[in-house]
Design a protein around this ligand. Structure first.
Ligand code: C2O
Ligand code: CU
Length: 505
């Protein structure tokens, strides 16, 4: 314990709540919270006193018959998160979360990112079916304008390096889904996402539009993340100091769309709540508590890759870093003044409360939740190719390994033929949310048993508990090049828990 603390540079942290040298660990029916929590050093607001917000929507600069053109600038900014304090963030357009892109299936988006931050960045559209050159491979750096930048990376000659600004092209040949974009720079993703580089990217389509689901003011994207604050209001981050084998950074403040434990004023109507866990390492188990009458269930309508075949009721659900759970909450039977609270059953103390909804008005609600949502193809696995990926820690090498090796951009860990169905066996001896780029997968089994309810639909991130295993079926399509499979605990990712997947025809 003391050895660990002296090895670690404690960067202004008054205290790190680290239990028993191995970091904080607690277990609750399978799910497990791991990581090191930094304690905030200032007075925190009372939960459910600050008004809830929805991220701004980014309008295209121009449009033509096939394409929407957007511009984003990555900037430092100072924003008020804790009342009475300013926090320096790194944000897309200086916002945290970044503005929401609303895209349409089949229409291309060209997003021009300009980097005005002090360091290079990489943009990844998480869940996007994206050509490799725009996918945000961790060495495809965008250097800030004016800073010295190499034209070539000697450690990875294939890296596509640019300076100033760069176009990311997203063809959006994929169903309606809740995606998100975030930084993905090799070795730095934990720190840069913690500073604020994350936002929603929603894809809509005709199928979704025809269903009559709650929309517009009744469609709320909710980005969950945890942060801790120094006495001056700054974000505390100590995840990646040299020699410190991080299990993942945890904060003691739960933010929803950048607001601590917000209170949303809502109508007595159906709401679509699109949950995204953009935390570095925190897993949430979300549960509803009614303060005036019995709480309704969450009705899950979608997961990472889009709508489910049919809605399903969930009393509670787990959501790990990178995952999205798309739900509808039916508040139509509620009266003005009623309240509902969402809590995190995997949290302790200040990380239990999440948000509160207060019914402040009645409306005529014409939305509905049809019994059938989308057609989700069952992947035919009869002629599948088999592979396995084992996620394991190597303390001696200060790395988290996949199939025994740390990330190396010069190595190809899986060479995959487009169109070929693959069955992948994922194993682990620790808690890892496993994420695959380019295409979503179907979960075939968990621990040799049927998938869990929240494994249904198309997933791109699957939370594996310690000593769990899962089988997934996946078929990559359309685009050749370098992609990733990695752990979405961002500190594990930064400590090399990534592997390169190359697709070919
Ligand atoms: Cu959300 Cu490879 O990442
Ligand atoms: Cu991990």
């Amino acid at each position: 314990m003391s050895g660990r603390l002296t090895r670690r540079r404690v960067l202004g942290l008054a205290a790190i709540a680290a239990a028993a040298g191995a970091g904080l660990t607690w277990e609750l029916s399978g799910a497990r919270q791991v990581g090191e929590m930094a304690r905030s050093e200032l007075a925190l607001p009372e939960p459910f006193t600050l008004p809830g917000t929805i991220p701004a929507v980014l309008e295209p600069q121009r449009q033509d018959s096939t394409t929407d053109y957007y511009q984003l600038t990555q900037l430092r900014a100072h924003v008020q998160i804790i009342p009475g304090h300013l926090t320096e963030i790194w944000g897309y357009n200086g916002l945290f979360p970044g503005p929401t892109l609303k895209a349409t299936r089949g229409r291309t988006a060209v997003v021009t990112h300009r980097n005005e931050l002090p360091e290079p960045t990489v943009v990844h559209l998480h869940g996007g079916h994206t050509p490799a050159e725009y996918d945000g491979y961790p060495t495809d750096l965008l250097y800030p304008e004016g800073s010295p930048a190499p034209t070539m990376d000697p450690d990875d000659p294939q890296a596509r390096i640019t300076q100033g600004s760069r176009d990311y092209v997203y063809p959006h040949q994929q169903p309606a889904a809740t995606l998100w974009y975030h930084d993905h720079r090799m070795g730095h993703t934990g720190a840069t996402v913690w500073r604020g580089l994350a936002g929603f990217h929603l894809i809509g389509d005709d199928i979704e539009d025809s269903l009559g689901l709650p929309r517009e003011d009744y469609d709320l994207p909710l980005l969950l993340c945890d942060r801790s604050f120094g006495s001056d209001g700054s974000f505390l981050y100590s995840g990646m100091e040299p020699g410190h084998h991080s299990q993942g950074m945890l904060g003691d403040v739960v933010l929803v769309n950048g607001v601590p434990w917000p209170l949303y004023s809502v109508a007595a109507a159906r709401y679509r709540l699109r949950w995204l866990n953009a935390s570095n390492a925190r897993v949430y188990r979300l549960v509803l508590h009614g303060t005036h009458r019995e709480a309704p269930n969450f009705i899950q309508i979608g997961s990472d890759g889009g709508l489910l075949g049919a809605p399903q009721h969930l009393d509670a659900f787990d959501i790990a870093p990178g995952e999205r759970i798309d739900t509808v909450l039916d508040l139509s039977g509620y009266r003005v003044g009623d309240e509902l609270t969402v809590v995190n059953d995997l949290g302790t103390g200040s990380t239990v409360p999440v948000l509160r909804l207060r019914i402040t008005r009645t409306v005529t609600d014409t939305s509905r939740i049809p019994d059938r949502l989308a057609d989700v193809e069952q992947i035919d696995t009869r002629t599948a190719t088999h592979r396995s990926f084992d996620f394991r820690q190597d303390r001696a090498r200060d790395a988290w390994l996949i199939n025994g090796r740390p990330f190396d951009p010069l190595l190809v860990d899986a060479d995959v033929k487009l169109g070929q169905v693959e069955i992948w066996r994922l194993t682990t001896n620790f808690n890892h949310p496993v994420h695959v780029h380019l295409d979503q997968f179907q979960v075939l089994s968990r621990n040799r048993r049927p998938p869990r309810p929240t494994d249904l639909g198309r997933k791109d991130t699957l939370n594996l508990g310690a000593s769990e295993e899962a089988e997934i079926a996946i078929r990559f399509g359309d685009y050749t090049g370098r992609y990733l499979i990695h752990c979405h605990n961002l500190e594990h990712e930064d400590m090399a828990m990534m592997a390169t997947l190359v697709t070919h025809r």
